[in-house]
Design a protein around this ligand. Structure first.
Ligand code: GTP
Ligand code: MG
Length: 221
């Protein structure tokens, strides 16, 4: 759960990128890193094996101050390793998260893997008592000619679920997905923590503060 320090006027959030093996979680984080102003990000930490598979997790810290309120935000963005063998790591990384981007693979062959990873996510969220946190489903690898058309993509039990589209390897759709999650997380936390009431900052100014710092690409998407 988010850590709010009202005396220090600081809010710390944790977001996790989850999904099947090789769907592009680390690629999302790399592209996000490239889009955040240098002054507003920490070092991108990745721990890969030689063949680029995430071994433990990746972490990108983002920090910014919101306008005139002098409230400061820290968003820690993690990825989990997708390979089934890393189940214990996934659970540890997911602990205490405030929102998830589920990165699904658009290749038709990956439908069953997407579903398995989704079931795994839902199971782990339930175990951790996090079943109500916001989840954004992103279909990545939209650049593949054989990509499943969006209307035919699995919406994981919610026919009206809004999907975001990305080609993370080319940085397309990455910032807008992140932004979507940040907005949803604010609304979710506001309900529980009365953020607007206690910080003097509303959803619109939170969105603006992120937009000011997470790259200009946002304006174009
Ligand atoms: N065509 C295409 N390939 C992509 C895209 N995004 C990532 N890839 C490729 O997919 C492979 C896996 O990408 P990663 O970002 O390492 O995937 P991951 O989800 O972090 O993988 P694990 O950490 O092993 O779970 C790499 O070869 C990427 O270049 C995309 O948008 N389009
Ligand atoms: Mg990875």
């Amino acid at each position: 759960m988010a850590q709010v320090d009202f005396a220090e006027r600081q809010l710390t959030l944790k977001f996790v990128y989850y999904g099947p093996p090789l769907s592009g979680k680390t690629s999302n984080l790399r592209a996000l890193h490239d889009n955040v102003d240098k002054l507003n990000r920490g070092r991108l930490m990745t721990l890969d094996t030689r063949d680029d598979r995430t071994l433990f997790f990746d972490l990108l810290p983002i920090f910014f101050r919101a306008g005139s309120t002098a409230f400061s935000f820290r968003i820690k963005v993690y990825t989990v390793p997708g390979q089934p063998v890393h189940e214990a790591t996934r659970k540890v990384v997911l602990t205490g998260s405030d929102g998830v981007v589920f990165v699904a693979d658009s290749h038709p062959d990956q439908r069953a893997n997407n579903r398995a990873a989704w079931d795994n996510l839902v199971g782990n969220l339930a175990t951790l008592g996090l079943q109500h946190i916001p989840i954004i489903v992103q279909y990545n690898k939209r650049d593949l000619p054989e990509a499943t058309p969006l209307p035919d993509c699995d919406r994981f039990g919610e026919p009206n679920r809004v999907l975001t589209e990305a080609s993370a390897k080319d940085g397309v759709g990455v910032v807008s997905t992140f932004f979507e999650l940040a907005s949803r997380a604010w609304m979710y936390l506001d309900t529980g923590l009365k953020l607007t009431e206690r910080t003097g900052l509303d959803a619109v100014s939170f969105r603006k503060a992120i937009a000011d710092h997470v790259g200009e690409q946002l304006a174009k998407e």
